[in-house]
Design a protein around this ligand. Structure first.
Ligand SMILES: [Cu+2]
Length: 346
């Protein structure tokens, strides 16, 4: 227990300081040095905690330390921008934002194009970045006809209208969601509808940076290669490439036939692979056996009338040199026998 007398002795310097501070109050420039000079004294008497003048003298120190906080610059790798749906409907596009705001658009916002007035602009993004949509689809209630999502860069011309054999690209429940686009070259890339190119307004992606050299070999997984009596048929499976995979000239979207599309042309790079999980097949209506032949690659495989469900499942073609290779039937080599099929390797 501290006696009242001792307490008053302890308080004396503090009271004196208060008086000094009060006298110099009207002149802050002179008050400042007097306030700091007796600073060591109150810190020496920590016991009288209620002394309010002791705390302000030490206060300026901690405020000085937080300012030089270093801000580490994170290395910026490729970015994936994730959106809700990209919707086509009569007369416009509509972008539905997801949980994240990008490019000046708010999260969960809906941005419809207005032809001539409002454009949807993704970007600028950097080369290597990905634009990912939950789905690319057409509106059921605001479409009176089939719409297509067409992006020349990716050879995409996808029918979005279920009633004519198409459907949305990408499913938010599907882990193999393919409604995302990675841009490996700079430029301005337009999303449009090949059935009415000027009727949806403008949606475009602006990509900046240096083009990425595409040195990675690409594996194209296709379903099967079929030789019919008078037709070659390429079954694309889920692959969309070379303008195939959803061809409007084909009755079945992923079956590309020489009697429907004319010449079939596949364009790949040296080292790329064409894989046919279901192998090489004949048609049940074939009358004689045929061949799948590519002279330059040393391929000459007979496809019997009864192929037993396909021969050589998983058949793979991996050209190791550039050239234009004609795939034909060595039993019926005339172009008109089965139509023309070219593999162009660069
Ligand atoms: Cu033949």
């Amino acid at each position: 227990m501290i006696s009242l007398k001792r307490l008053s002795l302890l308080m004396l310097p503090a009271i004196l300081m208060l008086l000094v501070a009060a006298c110099g109050d009207d002149d802050p420039t002179t008050a400042a040095p007097t306030a700091t000079s007796p600073a060591p004294e109150p810190t020496a008497t920590p016991e009288p905690a209620p002394d309010p003048t002791a705390t302000p003298t030490t206060a300026p120190e901690p405020t000085a330390t937080p300012t030089p906080e270093p801000e580490p610059e994170a290395p910026s790798g490729p970015t994936t921008y994730t959106f809700g749906d990209f919707v086509l409907e009569d007369g416009k596009f509509e972008l539905r934002m997801g949980a994240t705001a990008y490019f000046g658009y708010d999260a969960e916002q809906r941005i419809p194009t207005i032809p001539g007035l409002i454009e949807i602009v993704f970007g600028p993004i950097q080369v290597g970045d990905t634009i990912s949509f939950a789905r690319c689809r057409q509106s059921g209630s605001r479409s009176t006809k089939e719409h297509r999502l067409t992006i020349d860069l990716f050879g995409l011309d996808h029918n979005l209208y279920g009633d004519t054999g198409g459907g949305p690209i990408g499913d938010s429940d599907d882990t193999s969601n393919n409604c995302e686009f990675t841009f490996n070259e700079p430029g301005e890339f337009i999303f449009y509808d090949s059935t009415d190119p000027d009727d949806h307004g403008v949606a475009k992606v602006i990509v900046e940076g240096e083009a990425i050299a595409m040195s990675e070999p690409v594996v194209y997984t296709l379903d099967e290669l079929r030789v019919r009596e008078t037709v070659f048929e390429l079954r694309m499976g889920d692959t969309i490439a070379w303008g195939y995979g959803d061809n409007p000239l084909s009755t079945d979207a992923d079956r590309i036939r020489t009697d429907e599309v004319g010449d079939i042309t596949i364009t790949i790079n040296v080292g790329d692979s064409l894989v046919f999980p279901d192998g090489l097949t004949s048609s049940g209506s074939n009358l004689s056996s045929h061949f799948i032949t590519i002279d330059e690659l040393g391929i000459d495989i007979e496809i019997p009338v009864d192929d037993g469900g396909g021969i050589q499942p998983g058949y793979t073609i991996t050209p190791t040199e550039a050239g234009t290779f004609r795939l034909y039937c060595s039993a019926h080599p005339e172009p008109e026998a089965h139509g023309n099929f070219f593999i162009v390797v660069s």
